[in-house]
Structures are given as C-alpha cells and as structure tokens.
Design a protein around this ligand. Structure first.
Ligand SMILES: Nc1nc2c(c(=O)[nH]1)N[C@H]1C(S)=C(S)[C@@H](COP(=O)(O)OP(=O)(O)OC[C@H]3O[C@@H](n4cnc5c(=O)[nH]c(N)nc54)[C@H](O)[C@@H]3O)O[C@H]1N2
Ligand SMILES: Nc1nc2c(c(=O)[nH]1)N[C@H]1C(S)=C(S)[C@@H](COP(=O)(O)OP(=O)(O)OC[C@H]3O[C@@H](n4cnc5c(=O)[nH]c(N)nc54)[C@H](O)[C@@H]3O)O[C@H]1N2
Ligand code: SF4
Ligand SMILES: [Mo]
Length: 725
C-alpha cells in the first residue's frame, strides 16, 4: 500500500539497466525531492545504484530535446511535429523510390529494449519502412548468446539463467556484475546475491583478464588471456569426460550430441591450452572437479565472452558445460523463466532466424533480420545496387558504441539523409537532418517485456509515469505510429487503413495491449494477473523462483536439445587448429598488447555523462596497464599515453595497476564527447576519449559477426612525440 499521497510518492521500475530495481520517487511541488530504492519491491528489496538518482538530471536537463529540431544552413531550428513527420517521411519515401527500399537503413540502440512503447509500436514503423538494412546494438553485445539459444533450444530468447539464489557453485566468465548490475540475468542487488552464495558455504569463481570488483568478492580469480576462453572451456570439458564426471541429469532423455562433444574436446587437455590461456592446468582441473562435486552449480559468461573472436563458440561451450554436468533445468543450476507476459513466441514461418540473408559488401550473415553493425559503414560508403543512402537511428549512439567509430562517423557524413529518434543532440545524432525526441523515462509508463523474460526470479511490475509530458511532446507510440502510417505504401485505401490502425492503436495504447497479453499469460488463471492487479500492486509482484520446465519449453522442432549444432562444430574444427598454433588473437608487433573494456558504476554506455553527479570527481576515462608493461615502455602513473590499433589512435591518461593481467590494457567505452556539433554541455567538459576508435570493424566473432570489442591488438607508447593520425 502507498504510505503517502499518490500525488507525492511514485513507485516505478528503474529502466536504465537490466536489474530493473524498484524506485521510490518522492515529489514536492512537482519537483523531485528524493529517489530511493523501494524497500517494498519484493525482488529488488530496496537495492539502488548511483545512476537511478541521476534520472532527475536527465529529466530536468536543459540539453534534453523536447521538440523536433531540424538542421538548416543557419544551424538547428525547432520545428513543429507535423512539419517534422511530413519532411521525414517525404524524404525517406523519395530515397526509397529512387534507390530501392533497402537504401534506407535503421539502427536501434540499447534503450529500445528498456522501452515498452518502442518495443510494441516500433515494429509498425519498421514494417512499413520495409527495409532489410537493419542493424542494432545486439551485434556489439549479446548476439552470441542469442545464436546459441536459437541453435540449441530453438529460440533466441530461451536463454538459460543462473539460479543465483540457490546455486552452490558459480563461475563467472567475462562479466563484472558488481559494477554492471548484471546482464542476461536480471538480478537486482546482484552483489548481495553473489555474496550470499559464499554465505551459505558455496563458492564463487571469476575468470577475467582483470581482477575486477566482482573478482574482489569471489573465492578465486583466474586471469585469462583475452580471446582464449574457448580453449579454457574445451579443456574444462575435456576434464569432465576424462574423469567420467559427465551426467545429463534431468535433460538426458531429450538431449542429443553428447558423443560429438566428447570427441570434440578430447584433443584439449588442460596442459595443452595453458600456455595460450594463461590458466594453470592444475587450477583448471581443481575447478572442474569442485564444480562437478558441488550439490548444484552454474557457469555464466557474458559481455567479455561474447564480444571476442570466438564469442559464439565460447558461449556455446559454457551452455554445454552446464548441461553435461547435469546443471540445466534444475534448482541451483541454470533454468528458464516463466514470464507473466511471454515474448518468446514462434519464429516466423520460413525463416531460420540466422543466415537468412547475407550483407551486400562483406557477406556477413543476418540474425533475426539484422546484419552485424560492424558492416554498416562500408554499406554506406560502397557504391552499387543496394547502397545505403539514408539512416534512421532510434535510441542509439553507434559513433561511440560500435567498432571503428571514426570510420562510421565519416560514413554518416556521406548519407543523403538521416533522422534520429533520440532525446539528445550527440555524437551520432549530430549527423541527422531531423531529430525527433520522445519522452524521458519518467514521463512514460513501463512494463519490462524483455527483462522479465531474463529474470532469475519470476516477477511482474507496471510503472506509471511520474511526470505528465508537456503538450508539445510526443511519446514513442505517437512517433512510431505516425511514421508508420505515413510510410504506408499503396493506394488511398491502404493508406486510409493504415491511418485507421494508427488511430485505434493510439487510443488503445500499450496498456490495453499489455492487459490483453497478460490475460493470455500463465498467471492470469492462477493469480488474476492483469493490468488492474499490477496497478493495485505498485511495488511489483513476486511470482517465485524459476522452475524446471523442459522439455515443454523447448522450441526446437524435435523438442530436443542439440548439444552439437553443425555450424558450431565446423567453426570449432577450423578455429581449434588456429588457436593452438598461434595463440588467441595474434599479438604481432607493433601491436603487442590486447585491449579490453571496462564499465564504471556511474556510466550507462555513452549517454549518462551530461549529469554532473555522474562525471564529477576523479577522471575515469583512463587506460589501465600492468606495471610490467608500463615499465617496459618507460610509462608511469598518470602519464598521457598513445594507444594505437590497426584502425586508429587515441591519447589518454594511464593508471598502472596489478589488477591487470600482464599483456592486457583496459579502456572504458562510452566516452569521447568532444566532437563538433554535440550539444551536451556537461559531458563535453568531461569528454574522455572514444575507445571504439581503436576497435576494429574487421575483428569479429567468427560465427555470428558480433564485434570482437575485447582482445583487440594494440600498441602503447608515451604520448609525447606521437603524432595524431
Ligand atoms: N568498446 C566497447 N564498445 C561497446 C561496449 C563496450 O563494453 N565496449 N558495450 C556495448 C554494449 S553492451 C551496448 S548495449 C552498446 C550500446 O550502444 P548504443 O545503444 O548504440 O548506445 P547507447 O550509448 O546506449 O546510446 C543510447 C542512445 O539512446 C538515447 N536515449 C536514451 N534514452 C532514450 C529514450 O528513452 N528514447 C530514445 N529514443 N532515445 C534514448 C541516448 O541519448 C543515446 O543517444 O554499446 C556497445 N559498445
Ligand atoms: N555501470 C554500468 N552498468 C552497465 C552498463 C554501463 O555502461 N555501465 N552497461 C549495461 C549493458 S548495455 C550491458 S550489456 C551490461 C554488461 O555487463 P557485463 O556482462 O557484466 O559486462 P562488463 O562489466 O563489461 O564486464 C565484462 C568483463 O569481461 C572481461 N573481459 C574482457 N575480455 C575478456 C575475455 O576475453 N575473456 C574473459 N573471460 N573476460 C574478458 C572484462 O575485463 C570485464 O570485467 O552492463 C550493463 N550495465
Ligand atoms: S542497478 Fe540498474 S536498474 Fe538498479 S537502480 Fe541502478 S541503473 Fe537502475
Ligand atoms: Mo549492452
């Protein structure tokens, strides 16, 4: 129950990151007085991080756009929504008429999945735009996990989730949840949950090239050379089979391919891979034995694993490791969720979901209808049939978030037309002809369609808007539906039908759709769970721990788990030879260090630096290197250094620390705001540099085309005397 007047206190889910913590927001005279963790949220139980408090800065930010702006010879000008919609759709139509549908591309960024209106109504616009030139932040992030789930379980969203609250042994590869608050595992207050594993006598092990904040609360940390996880995982599986520890447990009767896995891993004993991975063979064996002998165990790998050259193979082997140790679909192992509103629905008939088409220039496979964003720049700059001439971005900042950012920045400058649906004039949207700004988080209602599916505990929550939007503002629903019907091709009748559909959907709104789908969901019969019920429970509803649900939940045509998908096996056979012969990513002179990334509690990818409380204090855009690597180059703490890769060079200050593995350098992403034409006044004063000037658009996960943002070969020098290129 609300303990204050509803006009004063609001309970909502924070939708900045995947933890979806409950917030308590107290207003006084229409202004935010406080933002705290909602103690009565049954799942987040009061957890909050520093970013949630900055939601008020985004809301109040004078630089945030509230009305459309148009680039003119005399600078940016505010225009009416009607003019903006007219001009945007006329231009896009003309370009498509002249050059074909695919000449207009679309890129969707991360906040899209944190936005229920964009999830529900965006597709109306994408459909009438009718382009196959689609890209998103998925291919600089979790594409490998999705591909593994599709190939093994039959659906990209059937991601096995670690049962953190009940597991007895947890291994983390390439994730830093203490800082990131978790990804592909919605687990608010994750630090406490991880500490609780140890509290109940369990073990926590972290495998990471940096001794991270998560490693600091673990029983054991193992350094691993970036990009070599695939070898470590092969060796872990080799030990399982060599020591006859394999068991399929509950999934035995509907799994196939166990013998294939056994044959594949035979050639990778721990001793053979140790020189490449840097992981001691005995330590690896002990780890596997302890994992197998624990009452329950879960192995989890995330961003650092996915964004490397063998991202898909590594994610596959992590899933296989969980399965062959008997830990899939059991309490304390890994499980699937049972969401109140299920977005795991059958894939469109006639589509495989992967490699249904290949990109024009580099022939990279598409996934779920999207091409890898690493190929976007060349699709814009390479002339010929199908060349991209115009771009729509929605909630994305690819200039700062995708590999070879400088190349993409230049390519965006060559477009005939660009429109951005975004709340800021930033590094990417400065290239737009028109920017259409939707509402801010606090001005819209919300239901977490995606993250309830990825939650380690089933739950449901509906958030009402904290603030009423101004009358000149437009919601995502209004923007996408308006663009959608205006792009509707065909004659008068078809367009009239499109207009009618828009009007109906606008009237019904997302609430009506959510309510309808909740009523079709599994908790309507048992809990009466609909929108009304959620509104009566503003703190959210706990629907209990994850439960075994296989084989019913499988989407594969034969209702089997495929342990050894052919494409993965073939890719491994090719990669394996190379990995053992040459080491992980080749560290050829002059590129003798491997670059990895780093997150920080007060960043949110690229777009949270215009809040003073998020940037004040010590500089955080620093390169971290091991003392040995610094000394060899005459570098000391605080020096300005030059880091160079095949594609670019950046200069930034260095911090020398033994938390790094020797041979590895770490630089955070999301910085680099000192670009002409950006209007983020605070961010520009704390600009930092863009590490994606170094990441290489040619360095990809071999199977999926996901960007290998980690393990990039670079060189390091003192900056003095190094020419800017
Ligand atoms: N080197 C390196 N690169 C990385 C990463 C890394 O770790 N290292 N991380 C990668 C990952 S995991 C991700 S997810 C991507 C993110 O990549 P992107 O999604 O491309 O970038 P973001 O920084 O999330 O930018 C979000 C954009 O949305 C806008 N925005 C914010 N809220 C809203 C809203 O409600 N509506 C609309 N329409 N716009 C909004 C912001 O102004 C900003 O322009 O970056 C990736 N890039
Ligand atoms: N504060 C904050 N929180 C965030 C975000 C943010 O920008 N700031 N972004 C959000 C988003 S969009 C996402 S996707 C999640 C990501 O959340 P996480 O998956 O937790 O990702 P990171 O925190 O980047 O941690 C990746 C780890 O991988 C390690 N690593 C790098 N290369 C390798 C390798 O080759 N092998 C192994 N084993 N490890 C490697 C890095 O050292 C790092 O510690 O975070 C979300 N939460
Ligand atoms: S952890 Fe994520 S969801 Fe929770 S308060 Fe912080 S940003 Fe919001
Ligand atoms: Mo992400």
């Amino acid at each position: 129950m609300r303990n204050r007047s509803p006009n004063q206190t609001h309970y909502i889910a924070c939708n900045l990151c995947e933890a979806i913590c409950g917030l308590e927001i107290v207003l006084e005279k229409g202004q935010i007085k406080s933002i705290r963790g909602d103690q009565n949220d049954p799942i987040s139980k009061g957890h909050i991080c520093p970013k949630a408090v900055a939601l008020q800065d985004i809301h109040n930010d004078p630089d945030r756009l509230r009305q459309p702006i148009k680039k003119t010879a005399g600078g940016w000008q505010q225009i009416s929504w009607t003019q903006a919609f007219d001009e945007v759709t006329t231009e896009l139509k003309n370009i498509q008429q002249r050059n074909g549908k695919n000449s207009v591309a679309i890129y969707l960024g991360n906040p899209t999945v944190h936005n229920v209106d964009a999830m529900l109504f965006g597709p109306v616009f994408y459909r009438t735009l009718g382009t196959s030139s689609r890209y998103s932040a998925t291919s600089v992030d979790q594409l490998p996990e999705l591909l593994v789930s599709l190939s093994m379980f039959g659906h990209n969203l059937l991601v096995p989730l670690p049962d953190l609250d009940r597991t007895d042994f947890h291994i983390i590869f390439g994730a830093n949840p203490v800082v990131s608050n978790g990804s592909l595992m919605t687990a608010p207050g994750v630090t406490k949950r991880l500490q609780a594993i140890r509290g109940r006598g369990g073990k926590l092990v972290v495998v990471d090239p940096r001794r991270t904040e998560t490693a600091a609360i673990a029983d054991q940390h193992l350094f691993i050379k970036p990009g070599s996880d695939v070898l470590m995982l092969l060796a872990m599986l080799q030990v399982v089979f060599a020591e006859k520890l394999q068991t399929l447990g509950a999934v035995a009767s509907f799994s196939r391919g166990l013998e294939d896995i056994e044959a594949l891993v035979r050639d990778y004993p721990p001793e053979k891979v140790a020189a490449v991975t840097g992981v001691d063979a005995q330590a690896l064996k002990n780890l596997v034995r302890a994992f197998c002998h624990a009452p329950s165990a879960s192995c989890y790998g995330r961003f650092g694993v996915s964004t490397q050259r063998y991202g898909t193979l590594s994610q596959w082997l992590i899933t296989v490791f969980n399965i062959v140790t008997g830990n899939l679909d059991r309490a304390g192992g890994t499980l699937f969720s049972k969401p109140a509103l299920d977005i795991v629905t059958p894939i469109r008939a006639g589509k495989k979901g992967f490699a249904d088409a290949f990109s024009r220039v580099r022939k990279l496979p598409n996934f779920n209808g999207e091409f890898p964003v690493a190929t976007l720049a060349e699709e814009i700059t390479t002339a010929g049939e199908g060349q991209i001439r115009a771009l729509v971005t929605g909630a994305g900042n690819p200039v700062l978030s995708t590999p070879n950012g400088k190349q993409l920045d230049a390519a965006l400058g060559q477009l005939d037309y660009m429109v951005s649906i975004d709340i800021y004039l930033n590094e990417t949207t400065r290239h737009a002809n028109i920017i259409l700004p939707p509402l801010s988080t606090l001005e819209r209602s919300h239901y977490d369609l995606a993250f309830q599916v990825l939650a380690i505990r089933n739950g449901a929550k509906f958030s009402r808007p904290v603030f009423r939007a101004g009358k000149d503002q437009r919601s995502d629903a209004q923007i996408f539906l308006e663009l959608g019907w205006r792009m509707q091709a065909g004659n008068g009748f078809k367009r009239a039908a499109g207009w009618l559909k828009k009007e109906i959907l606008l009237r019904l709104g997302s609430e009506w759709i959510l309510n309808k789908k909740l009523k079709q969901g599994p908790y309507y019969p048992s809990h009466g769970l609909d929108i009304k019920k959620l509104k009566q429970n503003p703190h959210g509803i706990d629907l209990g721990p994850l439960q075994p649900c296989l084989p019913e939940r499988l989407f594969s045509a034969d209702k089997m788990i495929n342990l050894a998908p052919t494409a993965f096996v073939e890719d491994l056979q090719q990669a394996g030879k190379f990995l053992l012969e040459d080491g992980s990513a080749p560290t050829l002179k002059p590129f003798d260090l491997l670059l990895i990334g780093r997150r920080d509690p007060r960043t949110n990818n690229s777009w949270f630096h215009n809040s003073y409380r998020m940037v004040k204090g010590k500089k955080r855009c620093l390169a971290f290197v091991h003392p040995q690597d610094a000394q060899a180059r005459g570098i000391t703490e605080g020096d300005e250094v030059a880091v160079r890769s095949r594609v670019g060079m950046i200069k930034l200050p260095v911090s020398v620390t033994t938390e790094m593995m020797p041979g590895v350098i770490s630089i955070p992403h999301g910085w680099g705001h000192a670009m002409d034409g950006v209007n983020l006044r605070i961010a520009q004063e704390h600009a930092g540099v863009n590490t994606n000037i170094l990441t290489d658009e040619q360095l990809l996960d071999s199977l999926s085309g996901n960007a290998a943002l980690n393990g990039v070969p670079v060189s390091l020098h003192k900056a003095a005397g190094v020419e800017q290129t």
